[in-house]
Design a protein around this ligand. Structure first.
Ligand code: GCW
Length: 675
């Protein structure tokens, strides 16, 4: 099936493109244990050579041949072949790749790093790149995780690629073939752990039978260097364990968690750690007992500490609010809850923070919490699954959106404080830190529900490895690996993908008003009325005269004051607030003029027409690629673009009509309203 392999297709290269390459004498994989990543790397290289180049190359596990492709750890290489010059000190999971001279050396700092190096080399071959390289590369941060929101019954919260590859009927599925294939895909882009169950966790995940099942998942992940993580339900000691309480400071509760943790590590000695959503959206947590969120996190941190485990504790904590209070603001919640706890978390706790202060919207300012946790490990949470962003029915290449946050300089203490350097641990000198993305693949053979959506997963891994990577060149690597070398295909998919986020933003929510999807149920399709008059705090405060959330200190919710001084000053002042976040920070008349010179309302009208028009071009571009892409994938994607071209017009008209009805302000181009 064309989707299952994702970007690991190893499609044959035309023989003209490799006429002067010399085939290696053998593959030397310096570990003969079948479950080791180095062994897997050897197999992977063999299959790559066979499929990409048509060469059958023998695998060996001992000896040392200069003309071989050698894969192993630096230490294994020293034992087998003696020393090697010029390799700098590698960080955990890093690798050295040299194709100079007659052989190839792929040497990892650890087993997993060696496998990453093999995949990088194979990616070069698959793209017809035979250049001579010699370099060391290290990941930006140790934590490069995937979160799956899979429920034990096999459904997936906000999953658009079918039911779970891990769970069905309350337990772990027998056949873990897809879990194995998933681990392979993740390893190929340097990701090192998967939290397999939903953050809205079911306590029954921890029954002895299910721990055994999780152990089987960990067993199929392990050869790929992928660790398993588990989401916890905070009330488990009570609901599963039968204790009268789940107070995190109660000794029987502490003992209960330690006991479960010991059981898990008996079966899964390399379990990565726990992910916890507590006191959020109805989930239980320490606040029930007047304990702090840090008390809650540290409970688990202590339980996993001796096993080298870590606790990802989510900062997504907020309360329902009353819109009649002008100063009420959900965007302030994370800093209010977590700011005062800085320094109170154990060293193996990482606070996992969504990129923006609300919830994966089409545009948000950087979460100010990244500027408040100077003595706490942090990670950024992204969404590959396109919850509010079209649910895989709309093309949306996400990395340009992610970059607005990753590259943002928060200017903590007046010094350069780029978010990617905060989560890597560099800026505040933290030992841990990194990345989590909600991915939500399912049993659909496209994984995410759409072939083109896989560029987001691919790019997530590449950015977690190196967030300074160029998002367009990452995309083009993915296109070549997935669809081949035809220039029309590469240029067409590149253009559509790079246009996709601006287009979606244009025909959904503009100027930082948020996405304007239905927020009450589906998170899909236009429903601007759903934003206000409820407690969710995703308000637009729109009426016939004015729109936007006043988040200034001087007259609004005070949210802008949560940023370090220079950033706070920029957002506090309407003149220095960028247009694309105007309505996030300011409440203005619909006739307010943007920096662009347009009024707010006219910008809405125009953007919706322009965005929907761009979406029409996607369908045309795709149709122009008809003979250059296999029928199965061509037709599958065609269906998506046909849908999107129509739905973008639904969006356009729904939003424009809604605000025209509200304001009565005519469209200068006369398209909107009763004609
Ligand atoms: O955006 C919301 C989603 C919920 C999700 C929650 C969270 C898992 O709509 O489905 O719950 O965020 O991130 O916890």
């Amino acid at each position: 099936d064309n989707g299952l392999a994702g970007w690991l297709r190893y499609a044959p290269l035309p023989s003209s493109s490799h006429s002067d390459y010399t085939r290696p004498s053998s593959i030397l994989a310096l570990n003969s244990t079948a479950s080791s990543p180095v062994y897997v790397a050897g197999q992977e290289l063999q299959s790559g050579f066979k499929n990409i180049l048509g060469d059958h190359i023998e695998i060996k596990h001992s000896g040392c041949q200069p003309s071989a492709v050698v894969v192993g750890t630096v230490a294994q290489y020293k034992d087998a072949c003696g020393g090697i010059d010029g390799i700098p000190e590698l960080a955990e999971d890093g690798f050295w790749l040299s194709t100079k001279g007659n052989g190839v050396q792929i040497l990892g700092q650890n087993d997993r790093g060696a496998l990453y190096g093999a995949f990088e080399y194979l990616s070069m071959l698959a793209q017809g790149n035979f250049s001579q390289v010699a370099y060391a590369t290290n990941p930006s941060a140790p934590i490069r995780w995937v979160n799956q929101w899979d429920n034990m019954d096999g459904s997936i919260e906000r999953g658009y690629g079918g039911p779970s590859i891990f769970f069905a009927n309350g337990t772990i599925v027998e056949d873990l073939t897809r879990a194995t294939q998933y681990a392979r895909l993740l390893a190929s882009i340097g990701l090192n752990a998967v939290v397999v169950n939903n953050v809205n966790a079911n306590a029954t995940t921890l029954t002895p039978e299910n721990i055994e099942g999780l152990g089987r998942i960990a067993d199929v992940f392990r050869p790929y260097g992928v660790q398993l993580g588990i989401s916890l339900n905070f009330a488990s000691p009570q609901t599963l364990g039968g204790l009268p309480t789940f107070d995190p400071l109660n000794s029987s509760v502490i003992a209960w968690w330690q006991n479960v943790t010991d059981e898990i590590y008996r079966r899964i000695p390399d379990m990565a750690g726990y992910l916890v959503k507590a006191d959020s959206e109805g989930e239980p947590g320490p606040l029930t007992y007047n304990r702090t969120l840090a008390d809650g996190a540290n409970l688990f941190a202590k339980a996993v500490k001796n096993y080298g485990g870590i606790v990802m504790f989510r900062a997504f904590v907020y309360n329902q609010l009353d819109e009649s209070d002008w100063k009420a603001d959900r965007a302030k919640a994370a800093v209010q809850f977590f700011g005062p706890l800085d320094g109170k978390f154990d060293s193996n706790v990482v606070v996992q923070i969504k990129y923006g202060p609300i919830d994966f919207q089409v545009r948000e300012p950087t979460s100010p919490l990244f500027a408040h946790l100077l003595n706490t490990n942090t990670a950024m949470e992204l969404e590959v699954t396109q919850e509010y962003l079209g649910q895989q029915s709309h093309l949306l290449y996400l990395p340009p959106l992610w970059k607005t946050v990753l590259d943002f300089d928060l200017r903590v203490d007046g010094k350069q404080s780029v978010v990617r350097d905060i989560i890597s641990g560099k800026r505040f000198d933290r030992p841990l830190g990194g990345w989590a993305a909600v991915v939500n693949v399912g049993t659909n053979t496209t994984w995410l529900g759409s072939h083109l959506a896989m560029s987001n997963l691919y790019a997530y891994g590449r950015l977690a490895w190196n967030p300074t990577n160029n998002v367009e060149s990452i995309l083009q690597d993915w296109i070549r690996l997935t669809f081949g070398f035809d220039l029309n295909v590469i240029n067409g998919i590149t253009k559509m993908s790079m246009d996709s986020w601006p287009a979606y933003e244009s025909y959904s929510g503009n100027l930082g008003i948020q996405t304007l999807t239905d927020i009450l149920y589906t998170h899909f399709g236009p429903n601007p009325a759903s934003q206000d008059n409820n407690g969710w705090g995703q308000w637009t405060r729109a009426d016939h005269l004015s729109v936007g959330m006043d988040r200034t200190v001087s007259n609004g919710t005070g949210y802008s004051g949560q940023y370090p001084a220079e950033i706070a000053a920029m957002y506090e002042n309407i003149d220095t607030t960028p247009d694309d976040l105007l309505l996030w920070f300011h409440h203005v008349n619909w006739t307010h003029r943007l920096h662009s010179g347009k009024t707010v309302i006219q910008h809405f009208y125009d953007a919706h027409y322009a965005g929907a028009e761009t979406a029409q071009t996607f369908l045309q571009t795709w149709e122009s690629l008809k003979d250059k892409i296999d029928e199965e994938r061509y037709n599958d994607v065609l269906t998506k673009f046909t849908y999107q071209s129509g739905h973008s017009i639904v969006w356009r008209d729904a939003i424009n009509d809604f605000y025209w009805n509200m304001t009565g302000i005519p469209d200068a181009a006369n398209r909107v309203g009763d004609h």
